[in-house]
Design a protein around this ligand. Structure first.
Ligand code: S3P
Length: 426
């Protein structure tokens, strides 16, 4: 589907941000391996989370969809072998976390994904799982993954990457009730900790201390989970509020877990007008409401090191924001962006240049020279990548001429309500 986007002004009003994708995945996975009944409310409508839901149905878990946002799960904590391959769709989170769960089962499984997911690196999980005694065959480090269930043992693992997917995979293998011994996981900088918080909420034997987590065999007890709003989805609207002239609106129910709020810190560093208030807690996770206003004196900043895991998914929309800030914004230490749904460095640079953004590619990031008038008048590709599609749409709102975005339906992967919410603010 081709989407045409043109210049607008004055986004106003109040919207509620839909459910967090990372937390929705984990709610299905962890309730499926916990004992008892769980009601999950405010579940994500993103296709990725439904890939996870269907995958666990295929592993014999009783999952009832009460309505689109309310899911009930009944489990005795045990999974059953699937005779069919398990399909993770476009979702790296599904494939990598589920591998950690399946590696320690007493049956074999095959995990598959779509074209984009089948190109993404899986050695990052195969290697630590192999150290724990797992047996996984892959196509040169890529899906399909054939996982031969084994009994596992705990390891001390120092990861070179700050990746929540790798960390969660190893912690889930370590938490398997049959795994022997403790698993200690250390990462260079703290990545999102939704796995740790939810496992703790469900009674796992887990201790967290900065970038170090220790876990051992755990019997999880199911509990109701209300999903917080997605901070990464909110990021697109935050940037729209800052760059669309005359805007002033409120985004309610946004997750503000400190391992995810890099975008808010960057907006503050860039002197954007943003206010966070009404903080509260759902199932161990913090949420708040956010007021954002048009800011015509944004300044550039440097983003690197420990900033990166706290805003990894927000870097494409930060590039759009940087195009409107005075000075040169430099992003470094973000080479893993090349391993996302697309190579988010080269695809971002190629497409944003078409509409007039002054952006250059670095091996591990990019440089944007700001205060640029965006001309638009171009057709942009999204490379199977939902976050590129939404970033381009927001850029289109400030282009002098209309832009066209091809295959815009990829936004359904994480945020099907995206365009409707922008419309609600018009
Ligand atoms: C995610 C972790 C991040 C992020 C992805 C979701 C998660 O990936 O980019 O969208 O839910 O754990 P990495 O762990 O590969 O950085």
């Amino acid at each position: 589907m081709i989407k045409k986007v043109g210049k607008i002004k004055n986004l106003k009003g109040e919207i509620i941000i839909p459910a967090d994708k990372s937390v929705s995945h984990r709610a299905i996975m962890f309730s499926s391996i916990a004992n008892g009944k769980a009601k999950i409310s405010n579940f994500s409508s993103g296709a990725d989370c439904w890939s996870t839901l269907n995958l666990f149905k295929n592993l014999g878990v009783e999952i009832n969809v009460i309505d689109k946002k309310t899911i009930e799960i009944f489990s005795n904590g045990k999974l059953i072998k699937s005779d069919l391959p398990l399909d993770a769709g476009n979702s790296g989170t599904t494939m990598r976390l589920v591998s950690g769960i399946l590696a320690g089962q007493n049956f074999d499984s095959v995990l598959i994904g779509d074209v984009s997911l089948s190109k993404r690196p899986m050695r990052r999980i195969i290697e630590p799982l192999a150290l724990m005694g797992a047996e996984i065959e892959s196509e040169n480090g890529h899906a399909p993954l054939v996982i031969k269930g084994k009994s596992l043992y705990g390891i001390d693992y120092f990861s070179k990457l700050s990746s929540a997917q790798v960390k969660s995979c190893v912690l889930l293998a370590g938490a398997n009730p049959t795994t022997k011994g403790k698993t200690t996981y250390i990462e260079p900088a703290v990545s999102r900790n939704h796995t740790e918080l939810m496992l703790k909420y469900l009674g796992a034997n887990i201790e967290m201390d900065g970038n170090k987590t220790i876990i051992s065999a755990s019997e999880l007890i199911a509990k109701d989970i209300e999903i917080i709003g997605d901070n990464s989805s909110a990021a697109f609207l935050i940037v729209a509020g800052l760059i669309v002239e005359g805007s002033d609106f409120v985004i309610k129910n946004v997750g503000i877990n400190p391992t995810r709020t890099g975008i808010i810190d960057i907006v503050k560093r860039m002197k954007g007008d943003i206010e966070i208030y009404n903080e509260r807690e759902f199932a161990g996770e913090l949420v708040a409401d956010i007021r954002v206003r048009y800011s015509d004196s944004l300044v550039s900043c440097e983003i690197f090191g420990e900033d990166i895991p706290r805003l990894i998914d927000e870097l494409p929309i930060i590039a759009v924001l940087a195009s409107q800030a005075d000075g040169e914004t430099i992003v470094r230490d973000a080479g893993d962006l090349r391993n996302k749904e697309a190579d988010r460095i080269s695809c971002l640079v190629k497409e944003l240049r078409k509409i007039g953004v002054d952006i250059d590619e670095l091996e591990d990031g990019f440089v944007v020279k700001g205060k640029t008038k965006l001309k638009g008048n171009a057709e942009l590709e999204v490379y199977h990548d939902h976050r590129l599609a939404m970033s381009f749409y927001i850029a289109g709102l400030i282009c002098d001429n209309e832009i066209s975005i091809k295959d815009f339906e990829w936004t359904n992967i994480s945020f099907p309500e995206f365009e409707m919410l922008v419309e609600n603010l018009k």
